[in-house]
Design a protein around this ligand. Structure first.
Ligand code: ZN
Ligand code: ZN
Length: 121
């Protein structure tokens, strides 16, 4: 699943070709405090960091949504956090790839149509 998204990233944008995924204790801590936090980026370089729960709690559309949202942060290049940075991350996905991000469920977790995204490139 994440492997497919990594391959997608390599094809999708030259900037993303070497992005790496890993588990990170800081995401684990953040996830304990705030349930809807499953990943972050810009930790040190072009990584997407995950917590272990992401692999079991999330369905493929949510996992892809979060992954692509993090790619959006990398592409937007804004290391700040906050509402504007969140908007910018999703906007860059729409502008470059036509991917529409939605936020669903009671925790408002990122959601994309994974199959559609994989077909789209
Ligand atoms: Zn991290
Ligand atoms: Zn974000």
């Amino acid at each position: 699943m994440i492997q497919r998204l990594m391959r997608w990233a390599r094809k999708a944008d030259v900037y993303l070709w070497d992005v790496a995924h890993r588990f990170c204790p800081e995401v684990e801590k953040a996830h304990l405090k705030k349930k809807r936090v499953y990943a972050h980026t810009f930790h040190d370089g072009k990584n997407v960091c995950w917590c272990q729960d992401a692999m079991t709690d999330l369905n493929p559309n949510q996992l892809a949504g979060i992954c692509l949202h993090e790619y959006g942060h990398l592409l937007a290049g804004n290391r700040k956090s906050g509402y504007e940075a969140e908007k910018a991350a999703d906007l860059v996905l729409m502008e470059r790839f036509g991917i529409e991000m939605s936020y669903r469920g009671k925790n408002l977790i990122q959601w994309v149509n994974f199959k559609k995204v994989m077909r789209g490139i």
